[in-house]
Write a protein that binds this ligand. Sequence first.
Ligand SMILES: [Zn+2]
Length: 352
Amino acid sequence: MLGMHDRSLAAVVLAAGLGSRFGRPKAGVRIGGRTLLGVAVDTATAAGLHPVVAVVPAGVSVPPGALGVTNAQPGAGLSRSLQLGLGAVPSDRDAAVILLADQPTVGVALLRRLLGARGRTPVIATVNDGVLGPPVLVERAAFDLADRLVGDVGLRQLLRGVPDEVTPVEPGGPIPDVDTPADLERVTEPCPGCAERYLPHVADETHPYIGASAACWATYGELLARELEDMAYGRMHRHSADVYAVQHPGHDDRRQRQSVALHLVAICQWLEHELPVELVNAITQRLARSDRVWPWLTPPASFAMTVADVLQASTGEAHAALVRRWGIATWEAWSDHHDTVRDWAREALGER
Ligand SMILES: [Zn+2]
């Protein structure tokens, strides 16, 4: 629960790590449709923390809504990043929650537990694997904590040294650090339809696509929201719905067989016949009303692009271009069935 008090709390996301074991700065490492840094910023924002200060290496941009601070010397270690981050917290904030960008499984519930433990000590830290560490809530009175840190070893060691100043909070489960691509694989799970890897997602509502993971379905929900809010995005809605559907064909049953067939016909008529959307709509509605029995088409094993790629667009124009590329890549992946679908598409065109 967020109390009134919590309006005065900021977040500091430490993402300046060089990512030597990733081969590039970890802040930009992709996870689902987001980045490691984006996940941490979203979690802090959802917990009601404001502003969210993100400490990044030079050349790494911060997600919209975050306040970027560049650590030009990431080699100087965590202590420098922490000093820069706490230094950027506005003076009217009573406390800050420090998060690491490489702990993407830290959720809003844990941050709320830290907030709920305020009042007894100037520092509240998470017990991870028996050791006190981030995420850590630091009251303003203890901001000089950062000055006591030197180099890269730091926070966990320092917390161990001042047990009287720290309230420990138990997380719901272990909090793995993501240092390598293999770590990233361990904390994510593939969507059964498009195979995109997402952090496990607790769905608020059951989703109608049995062929998608809850996290993938939620990502498609974000795309849908953009298309409904902004006409520049909205004109691609018919096509993104078709492409998403054939990337998540689900199981061989009557409803799914029809769904896959009709959406593939619509994609074929869009890309190969350049049919206007109104005509595609009319044709698929007519096909849906017929009592035709459609065969099951064995779906491709993987796709070159997923809905997570399409979410990267920041303008309607870029969105349109990405949806088209997504459509072409997906149509290509279904090439084993092109002849069948082309026959259906031509037949439906002739019947109109
Ligand atoms: Zn998916």
